[in-house]
Design a protein around this ligand. Sequence first.
Ligand code: ARG
Length: 561
Amino acid sequence: MSVVSSVLSTRLSDASTTAFGVTLDPELRSATKPEFGHYQTNLALRLGNQLSLPPREVATRLVAALKVDDLCETPAIAGPGFVNLTLRSDVLATAVNARTAFAPRGERVVVDYSQPNVAKQMHVGHLRSTVIGDAVCNVLQYVGYKVVRQNHVGDWGTQYGMMIEQLLEESLDPETLDLQGLQELYERSRRHFDSDGDFADLSRLRVVALQTGDPATRASWQRMVDVSLADFEQVYARLGSALTREDVVGESAYNDDLPVIVDELERDGLLTESEGASCAFLPGFVGRDGQPLPVIVRKSDGGFGYSATDLAAIRHRVKTLQAKRIVYVVDHRQALHFDMIFTLARAAGWLPPTTTSEHVSFGTVLGPGGKPFKTRAGGTVKLTTLLDEAVERADALLADRTGIDRAATAVAVGIGAVKYADLSSDRGNDYVFDLDRMVAMTGNTGPYLQYAHARLCRLLSKAGATGGAVTLLDDPVEQRLALLLTGFDDTVVQVAETLQPHRLCTYLYELAAALSVFYEQCPVLTSEGETRASRIALCAATRQVLQDGLGLLGIAAPDAM
Ligand code: ARG
């Protein structure tokens, strides 16, 4: 909401225009220390520099021209010429009480996330994409965008020809296989393919049958897809992800568009034949060896690859889904792929200047000791095993609590801890999957914030009637909490722009920290009269922001824990 801070910014630049005929962005910041008030600006220093005037003199003239009586205490000039502003406590109180929803913007954002692969278990990389993607969607929706989720499931390619051929050879009904069974089938078919030329030929024919829509082949493929999606959906349900079957628009969905992609690129003169493959070479993309890097649109065997599918997806998202912004939540190893795809899509005119595209890249999840995350046997760690462990830890944490639904709370806390750990560090960084740290009740963790929320719920239920307004903010500690509350919407807007959910985590952590200082210094239930009512209202507003913030991150906020 911080409508107040944007009004202050306008007033400051107006003052600068009036006093000096120069309009500069005041770059208003939160004060670094409580004794500097609530906000500060270095506008006078920059003006002084520009006009060759002593900054303190500039500050004095600026403050003289500044009209903020209706919002602030008397502005103060500090140090070499900073202007410090302190909101009047009634203004701050009004700002806390006046939270309003964002107006819908109508613009559509397509968010491509989660994207597991059929016949393979989801791994920790898919966990990151799912968790970050959900948070990004929630935040974009909150600030008014129309969000379209697209789960670009890997469900197409030569391996399915191989797998179906293997199914037929073993006379297996795919219905009898679970995801693990499918993964093993894939491994058997791979070995078979590599060692038996006849089988390899049959597999290639099977791929053609799949791509041209042979009914029996399609039916086997569909069953593999269904088994896999059912498994993914169980993971989504455990994670509390918003993704549904409707959001699945897998690679296969673009099959019929792929020849069109090639035709259009050809028509625009963007394709070159290279070693039998149809490639696009884009200016500025060269490999380590200095050789130009191709986007391979059609392989030498005539098949289309991952890149062609992504080009078709962009075209669809702009033309049909009317996207103004397309966001890809995919790990950092695919940065070059997206850079090239975006460049080529722009050159081909599929991605017009009115639509932006962003790769929301993220680092790797590491195992204990910062090593690659593998089981002792060297296999990939199953996501569900990790979630089970997190819930067990959370359950142990709640061992001595009474009067709570322990099983449900353990799920909320355990899953919340994993998600929060994923979201709270800069997504570009790698992080170590350390359950001890994730479920800790202190520090910047999910359980710490959930506990802050639950404690407020308990206080408010003891307080009796709530729903009143904040009317008194006499104590600087109360003011600090109130000021933070007014910054919630600004923080969410920042996350919507930068797509960095950790900024919201940092904000919530600071809020919870300010809350605990408030508890120490400002009695709530034992205070009286208007002070008591106002503090209860401040607690209620804080509880609401904690719940909303955790909600945007996709994390449950239990009433008790
Ligand atoms: N399925 C791919 C993987 O697991 C990620 C797909 C990313 N999205 C996209 N539009 N290419 O690596």
